[in-house]
Design a protein around this ligand. Sequence first.
Ligand SMILES: Cc1ncc(COP(=O)(O)O)c(C=O)c1O
Length: 383
Amino acid sequence: MSIKFATAYANPQPSGMVKIFQAIEKMDGVLNLSIGEPDFDTEPDIIDAASKAAHAGFTHYPPLQGFLDAREAVCDYWKRHHKLESTPDEVLFTAGAIQISYLVMQALLDKGDEVILIEPYFGPYSMQVKSCGGVPVPIKTTEENGFAPTKADLEKAITPRTKVILLNSPCNPSGRVIPRKQLEDIAGLAAKHDIFVVSDEIYESLVYKGEHTAFATLPGMKERTLTMCGLSKSYCMTGWRAGYAIAPAALTNLLMIISANETYGLNTLAQKGGAYALNTQDAKLIERKKIFIDRMNTTVARLNKMKGITCASPEGAFYLFPNIKGTGYTSEDFVWKLLEGAKVGTIPGNAFGASGEGYIRIACTQSIDVLNKAMDRMEKFLG
Ligand SMILES: Cc1ncc(COP(=O)(O)O)c(C=O)c1O
């Protein structure tokens, strides 16, 4: 019997990123700089906290919105680090941050509603918008503008159907941080045109230049912002699949109702480990941030010595987004040739939207030693 897939999935194609991951899996000896996941294991005391909770009987279904102590830990963390005032009824735990952008699109979009995405952007956003009947409206950005949208470009993209602006700062893949002034411009437009803002701040603890601005702390923005975050990146807890949203209580409640039909809450032990992590790891966050900045500075210095490549200093997250236009290759050609010829795994910039053409993404989620070896191979590859 041939199964008839839904029309939307009649001809499914893996994304540019998935194609690279699949190729790397089949090869031996690849220095893999393609993965957006810290190489560090979860801290042992976080694992102990979850284990103790399991032995104390926390092995049952969780409350759908999340345990109160875990939601309080989120509120305390965001007040302590980013001066964002929130209450536990405004917090929802989810199966990874990736579930949040999907839930909020389900909650807000009617067919044909438009969602502004800032290129280069995290790939899944676009598919999530489409799955909910929405229309992704990508805005081009340039390296010269720090891959942040200009006010004029944003205003041009806004139509009566614009429902949501989706921001991601610090950004995956560009590693750039949208400066406060530009965030204020976006806030002004959101208020003027009555647009909701989804602000993906999952890399908030990894800002190397200036300070992270939580979008919801800008005047008048808390009531129209969902802050999207999670434990994967800051606490090296990718496998725990723990994300959380901070949003106005009525929206949080709706997201909870929708997620009840999908996941039945975030697993109990991830919440218990997560609450412990949010309350106790501030010193570790600083320690790891130093490690990432050392790795990134070393790699940037190496890249800038290579023929045809320029690379800006990192501002946030753990990605570099070097400009490879001077090599004469397209992003795809560069990445595939580098993989096949030199066994270094990276991601083509155009996997994150058209503005990423001419760039590649390098994740500095490996030791300096591995990064240096990869740079040696890349140097040789470029002659
Ligand atoms: C910008 C951004 N948002 C969301 C996520 C999803 O993170 P998770 O689902 O692991 O919490 C990622 C992961 O790579 C990301 O880079």
